[in-house]
Design a protein around this ligand. Structure first.
Ligand code: HEM
Ligand code: HEM
Length: 155
């Protein structure tokens, strides 16, 4: 029989408000730093004496993005045990949850390849794939968020 998590307000499987804030905060830093990097990189290059140069803001955006990526790795480990495994077992919100896992997996794998892919053209292709999936990941989060209010811990 499936456990009735919904009727167990003391279950630690429910995300608390503070935990939700940590998740949205981390994902928000990742998304915003990546999304702002795009126009800064493609449209706001600086003209120097030796030609076009990257905008200095790019560096700080990638610094924030890298911090967000490390924080997301920590978050993933924590969510896996306390959120993903128990809810997957019960089947609740499983499709949108699994979609998030796929999106996260592609972002992590392509983020890794951005460092180590050999050759500029391969790296460019991976870069476009990474940020396209990254930009649309917000839809996956919103779908997952929709209708999860009814499972929230009563406050
Ligand atoms: C990386 C993967 C995941 C992330 C980042 C994530 C994140 C979240 C967040 C932020 C919420 C709170 C939504 C809100 O009320 O504002 C939530 C709720 C929920 N998620 Fe996930 N989730 C993930 C994977 C999964 C999986 C795989 C499942 C189930 C198979 C799942 C099941 C649920 C359920 C049942 C809720 C509502 C109960 C609650 O808020 O604890 N999630 N998730
Ligand atoms: C789990 C989520 C994510 C991880 C682990 C991740 C990881 C990474 C890593 C490791 C890099 C390379 C940084 C460097 O060149 O020094 C990168 C670059 C980038 N990421 Fe992400 N990222 C994630 C989510 C996102 C999201 C949500 C977006 C989109 C809004 C995004 C957009 C970008 C962009 C535009 C770049 C620069 C691409 C380039 O250098 O060609 N990322 N990311």
């Amino acid at each position: 029989m499936k456990p009735a998590f919904r009727h167990d307000p003391n279950s630690r499987r429910y995300l608390t408000q503070r935990q939700r804030t940590a998740i949205y905060g981390t994902l928000g830093v990742l998304w915003l730093s990546g999304a702002i990097w795009l126009p800064v990189h493609y449209f706001l290059r600086q003209h120097g004496p030796f030609g076009d140069m990257p905008n200095p803001a790019e560096h700080w955006l990638i610094v924030a993005h890298g911090a967000g990526a490390f924080a997301a790795a920590w978050l993933g480990g924590w969510l896996w045990r306390g959120h993903v495994t128990p809810w997957r077992r019960s089947g609740t919100r499983r499709r949108s949850g699994d979609a998030l896992l796929w999106v996260g997996g592609v972002l992590i794998a392509s983020g890794y390849l951005l460092y180590y892919a050999p050759g500029d053209s391969l790296r460019n292709g991976i870069s476009i794939m990474h940020w396209s999936v990254g930009l649309t990941s917000v839809v996956a989060i919103l779908v997952h968020r929709a209708r999860s209010g009814r499972y929230r811990l009563p406050t």
